[in-house]
Design a protein around this ligand. Sequence first.
Ligand code: DC
Length: 225
Amino acid sequence: MNKEIAIDGPAGAGKSTIAKKVAEKLGLVYVDTGAMFRAIALFMTERGIVAGELDRIKSKLEDVKLDIVYENGEQQVILGDENVSGKIRKPEISKAASEFAVIPEVRTRLLNLQRELAGKRPVVMDGRDIGSKVLPKAGVKIFLTADVRVRAERRYKELTEKGEIVNIEDIMSDIKSRDEQDMNRAVSPLVQAEDAVLVDTSALSIEEVVEAIIKIARDKNPEFN
Ligand code: DC
């Protein structure tokens, strides 16, 4: 069995926090694929392109120079020669990322990059379609979810801690519309892969979730012990 771990789930379920810790504990590399969709969304919005403009997007996609590098174990997203790891976290980019992610050409472009990264060394990769599409042979697949209110509260805390002025009801409605869009698109929608284990994090602490996933991984693959 391979050592890949795929973690999928809706916005705000805690995927990146959890995936990063699982990767650290098991000595794997963490790959955040949402950051790649965010980078494309940033690239397009900075050029005044919106998700409906298919022809412009297709022609501009060729100009996107996207690199994923690691600094002290942290994934950095480099667009052209700019490190955009901070910029891509803005709420308007979250929304745009979900809109651009419905476009098949955008997904194909990123699928190649995602598989290339996974081909270099064992990864914990998180996103929406990792277990179902990007790494269908991943040895461990987790579908991480939580109640929508809990997810909104977590995102609220995260953003206010960064000094952003946000409203919880707006966050909840953004999360709901992103879920709706991510689950209902034609290509690679957010789904629980058949062989994924469902982990509901609503009532669990970060450490409890990390431990639960490590246990699932060790039960499936003794090499993780
Ligand atoms: O995980 P995130 O919130 O950073 O992802 C931002 C958006 O990118 C998400 O709403 C949908 C899209 N996405 C996707 O379609 N497929 C992935 N594997 C990861 C993210």
